[in-house]
Design a protein around this ligand. Structure first.
Ligand SMILES: [Zn+2]
Length: 327
């Protein structure tokens, strides 16, 4: 079963998400009613254009409004095939997301008291602070910065180095942060709409934050960017004539890409060899696993060894019997 919020997360990135009446009525499990009752969806201005509901090839026609001699308002569109198509006001209704309400419910779901502050209009909010491992951390919500919106770069969050950032994206690793890489939480993975508000699944969210902290820390400690990583990989493959990559590179690819599968896809693409996600997984395990990375135990050594790769390559080539199984 869908969570009702799953219907709106993919649209949240649009500058001004608008949902037509026919769309919200097609959602399952009373999702529209739940979203409307929660206040996350609110009625927007009715549309001025509509496509003939009876035609296969849909094109938008401007809506004509007039009053009958009896004083009743009528709405219609012209259609080449069906002539004048009368529409009801309900058909023309549209719905939009109330970001004030969404942000309020997110904050309440995390137990944050007080009012959220809009930092950048309709794109960045500060919800307040939560307790995290004995300290307080800011919680931010941001949206509206990918290709679906006019503003196409994420906000600069370097003013909030310790913040936990809630994102509407299912795949948070795809966000290309230009400045500071923050600790991010994927809302579609942890948030569920209930009758009394938004509930967070802490069993998923807590490890997600720990892992995102590790990724953010390594990103900030290291000056390596994707370009450098690609360079190192192609240099390594070229110079040693092997597709066995060092643990450091496998781990870095994992940290960079955010999942074993994506790291394997990235490395496969870059090297032209098939790198399995198991191979990436084993390298991460050898480095102490994701928990150790999250605790930062190995992050220094990973950064150092990858950075020193160019000077001291031979030391980094690790051939292990279990790697052979990948081929
Ligand atoms: Zn028609």
């Amino acid at each position: 079963m869908h969570d009702s919020l799953d219907y709106i997360w993919p649209h949240i990135e649009y500058c001004d998400p608008i949902f037509e009446e026919s769309l919200v009525r097609s959602w399952n499990d009373d999702a529209f009613e739940k979203l409307r009752r929660s206040g996350v969806l609110e009625q927007a201005e009715a549309t001025d254009y509509f496509a003939c509901p009876y035609c296969e090839d849909t094109y938008l026609e401007e809506i004509i409004a007039w009053e009958t001699p009896a004083g009743i308002q009528r709405l219609a569109i012209p259609c080449h095939e069906h002539g004048r198509v009368i529409l009801s006001p309900e058909q023309l209704r549209q719905w939009s997301v109330s970001f004030d309400r969404l942000v309020y419910l997110l904050a309440a779901g995390l137990g944050i008291a007080g009012e959220a502050v809009q930092i950048e209009p309709w794109r960045l909010w500060r919800l307040g602070k939560i307790n995290w491992q004995g300290g307080l951390r800011d919680v931010l919500f941001t949206r509206g910065f990918d290709a679906r919106c006019a503003i196409s770069s994420p906000p600069d969050l370097s003013r909030y180095p310790n913040a936990i950032v809630l994102l509407p994206h299912a795949e948070t690793s795809r966000v290309k942060w230009e400045h500071h890489v923050p600790t991010v939480v994927s809302l579609p993975e942890v948030a569920t709409l209930r009758a009394d508000g938004i509930e967070f699944d802490h069993s998923i969210m807590l490890p997600m934050i720990a892992e995102a902290d590790a990724i953010a820390r390594v990103a900030s400690e290291s000056r390596l960017n994707m370009q450098d990583l690609k360079l190192i990989i192609s240099r390594e493959v070229k110079s040693i004539q092997t597709h066995e990559l060092t643990d450091e590179i496998l781990v870095r690819a994992y940290i960079q890409e955010g999942s074993f599968r994506k790291a394997a896809e990235f490395l496969s693409r870059e090297t032209g060899q098939e790198i399995t996600k198991d191979k990436v997984h084993r390298a991460v395990q050898r480095s102490g696993g994701t928990t150790a990375l999250a605790r930062g135990e190995d992050s220094d050594s990973i950064v150092r060894t990858v950075a020193s790769q160019r000077r001291d390559r031979t030391k980094k080539i690790q051939r292990r019997p279990e790697d052979k199984q990948d081929k």
